[in-house]
Write a protein that binds this ligand. Structure first.
Ligand code: HEM
Length: 477
């Protein structure tokens, strides 16, 4: 039964709830975010649904999202098999935890990451080094065919983005030869195209875990996560074995120190460390690399944007030294290309869901305790009233009087207490990776191929369709 005053939305059928209407809309429009656009059109900015066992509310538009994200009533994170299976059937990590446990852990993680790299100087060096490695990888591809190489771009960045994070976490750099890591990234990417931020079939209809574990995707979900746990566990064990209390090498060391010092009843544990690493692995690397994937797709479609970035690079950096993060204030156009790349990615991706921790109201509607709140970020980042032409890749939209101006409605990193803690690193990576590649190379559509499509692949986070670029060395005048 719909609770009285619950937000308007599709009918609730027995067992299925609104799942059929939502699935139908998704089929017609091709994407969950487009289906939600249609629901907003029909019912308004706060839409109420029931999908299987989950009572869900889709929150859309700047006003509603800002209000929801800034109120403690909605600071909870969803419960249920999807969210807990990934962390050993417990509520662990940072992405999907709440209450005092999450507050304490989030505070600790932010403080320690600042120590090991988020602080401006440390992070700048780290990101610059990794951008250098990325350029080197492209140089190698070109060494075999100096007249130009066809490079798959949609997955060109994952490893290097992950390295910026993993150096801080565990002093590790991976290479393309680390096959288990490359396989894991591919498996997770693939898995994420079959789930979405609103849940998974086996989570909304938990009985499917038992009667149809394979068909509902449950077995695959568990198997891939077990493989990831094993992979991350090896590094944690290595840190425990070589731990020296007098020499803190990275985040893992300080976390282990905290476990040793804080005792059994504290929120610090090896499983929590493993869950934090897993959250970082997922939230930190694929979001940034997919933003870069969207960015380069639009650069191929808009050679004039690429040329303007290169003109700015020539004027500010020149050909003989590498771009640095310190150049960013003098490169508003390239910085805006980074902002626009992230907008194009999150303009098709939902935020991490929240949960109402008590009976409350939002925009005049009654929201019962335990309702899952789905944050429709595309409704703001693709809002015509805010951006005018949101579908167009137009970095100039962020420039006012020659400086970068970020409107309040630019919220790809969320809002409020759960706001993304990797924003600084993500923006730095997208800026510097883009600048470093465009300083050395030109990117064009391979001869005979059409422009890469802007149709994306739906999933937990949106991805570009696979595409390649013809990469050549830049010729300086
Ligand atoms: C372009 C890249 C990125 C985008 C678009 C992005 C976006 C987001 C969004 C929308 C949220 C949810 C905020 C909310 O619930 O209101 C979030 C949370 C989070 N992000 Fe990011 N993120 C990015 C990169 C990163 C990076 C590099 C890291 C790692 C350092 C990271 C770690 C996290 C964590 C741990 C959370 C959970 C925060 C909490 O609930 O306390 N993200 N991110």
């Amino acid at each position: 039964r719909k609770p009285k005053g619950f937000p308007p939305g599709p009918d609730w059928l027995p067992i299925l709830g609104s799942a059929r209407e939502l699935a139908q809309l998704r089929k017609e429009t091709g994407y969950l975010y487009k289906a939600c656009e249609e629901l907003v059109h029909r019912y308004g900015p706060v839409v109420g649904l029931r999908v299987g066992k989950d009572r869900q509310v889709i929150v859309s538009g700047y006003e509603a999202i800002r209000e929801m994200s800034s109120r403690e009533d909605f600071d909870g994170k969803p419960r249920g098999p999807l969210y807990e299976t990934r962390t050993f059937n417990m509520r662990r990590g940072l992405l999907l935890t709440d209450s005092d446990f999450w507050l304490e852990q989030r505070k600790f993680v932010i403080r320690q990451l600042r120590e090991f790299g988020f602080g401006r100087r440390g992070m700048a060096e780290l990101v610059q080094d990794e951008a250098g490695e990325l350029v080197k990888a492209f140089e190698e591809k070109l060494s075999a065919s100096p007249e130009g190489a066809i490079v798959p771009m949609h997955d060109a960045f994952g490893l290097y983005v992950l390295n910026t994070l993993w150096t801080m976490l565990a002093s590790i750099r991976y290479t393309p030869e680390d096959t288990e890591l490359v396989t894991l990234q591919a498996l997770l990417n693939d898995l994420f195209t079959r789930l979405d931020m609103a849940g998974a079939l086996f989570s909304q209809f938990p009985v499917l875990q038992y009667i149809a574990p394979d068909a509902s995707g449950y077995t695959e979900f568990v198997t891939i996560h077990q493989r990831l746990w094993k992979f991350l566990r090896i590094e944690i064990d290595r840190h425990i074995e070589t731990y020296d209390p007098n020499e803190m090498r990275d985040f893992m060391d300080v976390y282990i120190k905290m476990i040793k010092e804080s005792g059994q009843d504290s929120t610090y544990s090896e499983l929590q460390l493993l869950a934090i690493c897993m959250d970082m692995f997922m939230a930190g690397s694929e979001t940034t690399s997919k933003s870069l994937g969207f960015g380069f797709l639009y650069l191929l479609r808009h050679p004039e944007v690429q040329q303007r970035v290169q003109e700015e690079l020539d004027a500010v950096v020149g050909p003989s030294r590498r771009p640095e993060l310190a150049d960013r204030p003098n490169m508003p156009y390239t910085d805006s290309v980074a902002l626009e790349s992230i907008r194009m990615f999150m303009g098709r991706t939902f935020g991490v869901p929240h949960r109402a921790v008590k009976d409350t109201h939002l925009m005049g509607h009654f929201i019962p305790k335990e309702t899952m709140m789905i944050v429709n970020i595309p409704s703001v980042l693709m809002d015509k009233r805010v951006w005018g032409d949101p579908e167009n890749f137009r970095p100039e939209r962020f420039i006012r009087d020659g400086k970068v101006h970020i409107p309040d409605e630019y919220l790809p990193f969320g809002f409020g207490k759960h706001r993304c803690l990797g924003e600084t690193l993500a923006r730095s990576n997208v800026f510097l990776f883009t600048a470093s590649l465009l300083q050395r190379f030109d990117f064009r559509v391979p001869p005979g191929e059409p422009l890469p499509s802007t149709q994306c692949v739906d999933g937990v986070t949106a991805a570009t369709v696979p595409y390649s670029a013809l990469v050549t060395h830049r010729v300086y005048a």
